[in-house]
Design a protein around this ligand. Sequence first.
Ligand code: SF4
Ligand code: SF4
Length: 428
Amino acid sequence: MAEDYRQMWTELGLDLPSHDALLGVLGQAYGDIYLAQKDRPEGMQYFDFVMSEVHGLRIKELRDAQGNDRKVIGSFCVFVPEELILAVDGISVGLCAGTEFGFDKAEEVLPRNTCALIKSAFGFKLGKVCPYVESSDMIVGENTCDGKKKSYEILKDLVNNLFVLDLPQMKSEAGKALLKAEYQRFAKALEELSGKKITMERLKKGIELVNLKRKAIHRLSDLRKNNPVPISGLDALLINQVFFYDDPVRFTASVHKICDELEDRVKQGQGFRAKETPRILVAGCPMAVPNWKTPWIIESSGAVIVGEESCVGERGTQWLTDESGDTVDKLMDNLVERYFQIDCAVFTPNPTRLEHIKELAKKYHAQGVLHYNLQFCQPYQIETGPVEKALEDEGIPVLRIDTDYSQEDAGQIKTRVEAFIERIGDGR
Ligand code: SF4
Ligand code: SF4
């Protein structure tokens, strides 16, 4: 760490020995997985820096902003509109966690057969190791899967200010009306917390900022269509993960900067791997920092990941919000239209997701799709069947992986991934 942040972490109530252990594990994994890659784009240095300061400088920035009357809003889902948070001059941070740290404590309040994403969020809170949770002025939960929905009933007594957003489960007109009513209720809660009114101008500015961030990611995604692909899937995933933590303006500029460099690489025919490298699309559950196990296995087995059909990826970033409109109500409608398109597996039925995965596989010239499930995630695990069928009907091979945050199954996953890569590499 560039500075000594221990005083800050103590003030936030972190358990310093546990937190040191977490940073140790994170640093080791980052070195082994990220820094060990060859010929990374220079632009990744910025994202390496963000990661090295993810519990340091960024937290200091959040605290400084709070000193200037800004509020920090933590959330667990891409259905929480950052546009509304920006409209009250707030700062949005992602709280999803990707390591099994603190699972023993989480399992004291949650069943063991809860998905790793939920257990990890509880482990971070109960183990007092997450400065983002402790810095949040409001935490937003959402009624998506049953695991999250019910766990918020427990979380509400563990954190200061939990706001639970109800979400529709069907893509109907009634569902859309519910989403709008809930976004209005959330907007009001944000206004009360911040003491700032959401005006048309502020909301429009928020929409523009988030759209710019998404457009930068779209540019990065487009570059990954090239063969050879100019950036590793691991690095692209990291950029998508940093999307949830960084200052939006700085993030957007940094993504464009690396895209300039990647464009040069494409012009020179320079790739992360040779042209013949098998190309894989990853689909399924979100991968929160530092959940890099499966992508690392894929790329260390000789393939390249060309896209993510995931909330840490295209499902979270693909649509822009319409910026036109002269009233708050019209802009709220635009937000609802944009977010209502998200095809999370908690919706039933969810046919657009199947179409979308097929489109992505073709757009990124993927030779196969790896469907990634967290164990005990019923929505995505059950939806894997229809996804497999839809892809196989198109002649696109699929590999289904059900896993968690432990390393115990890494060898077994590697064996299956290697066999899959061999199969798609042969065009069989
Ligand atoms: S997978 Fe569903 S519940 Fe999870 S972050 Fe995405 S939209 Fe939210
Ligand atoms: S991964 Fe699945 S079970 Fe876990 S929080 Fe997301 S939707 Fe729920």
